[in-house]
Design a protein around this ligand. Structure first.
Ligand code: PLP
Ligand code: ZN
Length: 464
């Protein structure tokens, strides 16, 4: 009899399986991506999502306190004593009417799922606790990732807080914000900076992990995506188990969108939700591979028979033209998203759309989100900028219920925020490279006044 939990190739035409404890994170037959697969007939699943409300009464239990593991019946890949938690997932999902007005939605229709409240300040912790749980099953003693910053910050904090593994991170040259780099250094992971961008770093860390038997925690690891499913479970919980019409998420390596679609697909097949929300993935125009392939080239999942040659051709074109990903939203500055096939499947399952928005609109959206009371990093604001564009296009209607995922905390990248509000060319050029100053429609300048009471009072009253 087949195991209750195993890894399974995502390609329906292949469907080869691997053991739960395999760490190659690739199909043993065709080399494709793998899912964590469950024989749901043999695991106990609650009859209704309201079951999870019962966990709130027992928050002294670390697994019920965790915003990931209190949903453990829906990611039952390990025995309970193996679950690793450092208190992740204590996030907020709340209506944001000021931001709704900005994007053109009616009051009460936009909710923001704020993942900045995680221990390391980004959504990555949802996946990291699950990856650590799997790593523990495999007996791994070292873990590694390539990172634009947040995966390494998350790996670092889990290594330090659990003492279960030693961490090694690979970063590209000059492509990491100081907020994130400081976390990696502070929590004590071995930090390898290589000449190249994120895509180069990821290629290397995969080689090194294979050769040295180091556990890989990038989002090609399907266990990370199991943990990230709970972001959507917390959204549903906040909405009192009502489904939103849309979930809008920034796209980098496309792990989140793949994970969210898997969550909804499983809930749907288990009869726990009656329909699936639609998903919108938002890139920056400076790193827009999935937008180009899905919306411009018309690439589709086609039950796994997608046109892989088209993807290769696209990457060849990128290489030939020497184009590198280039966006101020560094967390999504990625040209070769590892989860692209899963994201294609996600679009097919959830009738998705993909958009790319210019950096200037991302930074403006970020300032509106901040003025609305939640601080996020630039990549997170791509969701709101993309939503605004989709409303303008008429794809999303003003009365639809929309959730934007704010993936990371504003303090991850204070340089960018200060540069935006000072609109200081020198700051932009020095901190952000020569990309020019974006439109900065909502800059909040500091007022410079002499050290004089009348002048100070005048400046305050003028601004009121
Ligand atoms: C990692 C990250 C993303 C990209 O998520 P993917 O799952 O790789 O698409 C977006 N925003 C932030 C803040 C991130 O850290
Ligand atoms: Zn396969």
């Amino acid at each position: 009899m087949r195991d209750v939990v195993y890894q399974k190739c995502i390609h329906p035409g292949c469907g080869a399986t691997a053991e739960l404890t395999a760490t190659a994170f690739a199909c043993p037959r065709c080399g494709g991506l793998v899912d964590v697969a469950y024989d749901w007939d043999r695991v106990p699943v609650p009859a209704s999502l309201r079951h999870f409300e019962t966990k709130w009464a027992d928050r002294f239990h670390p697994l019920n306190f965790s915003g990931v593991w209190r949903f453990r019946e829906l990611l039952p890949f390990a025995p309970e004593p193996s679950f690793v938690t450092i208190g992740e997932g204590q996030t907020l999902c709340q209506p944001a009417d000021a931001v709704a007005r900005y994007v053109g939605l009616h009051p009460g229709r936009l909710w923001l799922q704020y993942e900045g409240m995680n221990p390391s300040g980004s959504f990555k912790d949802n996946g990291m606790c699950a990856a650590f749980t799997h790593a523990r099953l495999t007996g791994a003693t070292r873990a590694a990732c390539a990172s634009t910053g947040n995966t390494s910050a998350s790996l670092a904090i889990y290594c330090a807080a659990t003492q279960l593994m030693r961490g090694i991170i690979f970063i590209g040259s000059g492509k990491i914000s100081y907020g994130k780099l400081s976390q990696a250094l502070e929590h004590g992971v071995r930090t390898i900076q290589i000449h190249g961008d994120f895509d180069d770093a990821l290629r290397r860390v995969r080689e090194v992990s294979r050769q040295l038997g180091i556990y890989l925690v990038n989002s090609v690891n399907p266990f990370r995506l199991e943990g990230q499913k709970t972001i959507m479970l917390r959204v549903l919980e906040a909405l009192r188990w009502q489904l939103p019409d849309w979930v809008v998420v920034p796209g980098g390596n496309l792990g989140n969108v793949s994970s969210f679609a898997k969550a909804f697909q499983e809930l749907f097949e288990l009869g726990l939700i009656p329909r699936k929300p639609r998903l919108a993935v938002i890139h920056s125009t400076g790193a827009d591979t999935f937008f180009q392939l899905y919306e411009k080239w018309g690439l589709r999942w086609r039950q796994g028979q997608y046109d892989a040659a088209a993807i290769d051709a696209y990457y060849r074109e990128l290489d030939a033209s020497g184009r590198k990903p280039d966006t101020l939203a560094s967390a999504i500055e990625i040209h070769r998203p590892v989860n692209l096939p899963k994201a294609l499947r996600a679009m097919a399952w959830c009738h998705g759309v993909v958009r790319a928005v210019p950096d200037a609109e991302i930074l403006d959206a970020k300032a509106r989100i901040g003025a609305g009371g939640l601080g996020c990093e630039p990549a997170s604001a791509a969701s709101v900028a993309g939503l605004r564009q989709l409303v303008r296009e008429g794809v999303i209607h003003p009365e639809e219920q929309v959730v934007c995922v704010l993936t990371g905390h504003v303090l991850k990248d204070p340089d960018e925020t200060v540069a935006y509000h000072t609109t200081d060319r020198a700051v932009f050029d020095a901190k952000l490279g020569r990309r020019g100053i974006p439109s900065v429609a909502f800059a909040n300048h500091a007022v410079v006044v002499p050290n004089d009471l009348d002048a100070i009072i005048h400046a305050i009253e003028q601004n009121a």
